[in-house]
Ligand binder design. Sequence first.
Ligand SMILES: Nc1ncnc2c1ncn2[C@@H]1O[C@H](COP(=O)(O)OP(=O)(O)OP(=O)(O)O)[C@@H](O)[C@H]1O
Ligand SMILES: [Mg+2]
Length: 252
Amino acid sequence: MARKIVITGGKGGVGKTTVCANLGIALAHKSKRVLLMDLDIGLNNLDVTMQVEDKVVFDLVDVIENRCRPSQSFIQDKEEPTLYIMPSCHLAKRQINAEQIKRVVSRLEDNFDYVLIDCPAGIDSGFRRAVACADEAIVVVTPHLSSVRDADKAMAELIGNTPVSIVVNRVRGDLVASGEMLSPFEVFSLLGQTALGVLPENDDVNCNMRYNNAAFELLADNLETGKCELYDCVAPYKGVFGRLRRKLKRNA
Ligand SMILES: Nc1ncnc2c1ncn2[C@@H]1O[C@H](COP(=O)(O)OP(=O)(O)OP(=O)(O)O)[C@@H](O)[C@H]1O
Ligand SMILES: [Mg+2]
C-alpha cells in the first residue's frame, strides 16, 4: 500500500506544485515508485511543471468515468522510470467527489510506494476533496506572515489526526542572515508542527522547474526515514565571503 500524501498550504503560489513535482523526482531517484496526482481540477498545471502536457491522452476524469483504466492515464517521467504522473483536466463536466477519487486511488496504490497529491489553493471544496484522499499532509509555506497565517488555517481544516509536516519554501539565506526574512525555525515554531524540509529560493526556476538539488534530496530522505535534517540556506552567507556574497546578491 502506498503512502498517500497531500501537498497543501492554503495560500496560492507558495510552491505546492513545485514541491509535489520535485519531491516526486527525488523519491524516484531513490528508486521509489511514485505517482503524482493532480487534484487541482480546473487550474491544473502539474503536467506543465513536469513538462508532459503534450503527452496527456487520458486524465483523472476519464478514469473516473470509465473511459480508460488508471494505468492508461499514467505518463512516465522522461528521466525517472519509476515516476508517473496522472494528469487532471481543465474542465470537468460533472462534479467530481472525493469518494470517486478514493476508489481510483485504491485501484492503483498497490503499484506505488508513494502517491503525492497536488492540492489546489484555498480551503474550500477542492482542498477538502484533495485532503480526503490522503493519509498524511505536507504543508508548504513561505517565510512570510501572510503565508504562515494561511498555512495555519489550512492545518486547522485538516481532517482528524492527519499527520502534518511543514516545508518552508523560497527561503533566501541572504535575507535570513541580515534579519530581513523570517528564518525557517521561526516559521516552524509559529506553526508548531513537525519540520520536514527547507527549500531555498531558486534563481533558475523560470528556466527549469525540475530542481533535483540537495534540498529536495534531504526532504525526500526525511520523508523516508522520519529524520529531520534541514538544508542550511544561510550557510553560504556566513563569514567574510558570505558577507561579500550577500552584497553581490543585493546589488544583482
Ligand atoms: N523555491 C523556489 N524558488 C523560486 N521559485 C519558486 C520556488 N518554488 C516555487 N517557485 C515558483 O513560484 C511559482 C508558483 O509555484 P507553484 O505553481 O508550485 O505554486 P502553487 O502553490 O502550486 O500555486 P497554486 O496555488 O497556483 O497551485 C512558480 O513560478 C514556481 O516556479
Ligand atoms: Mg499548484
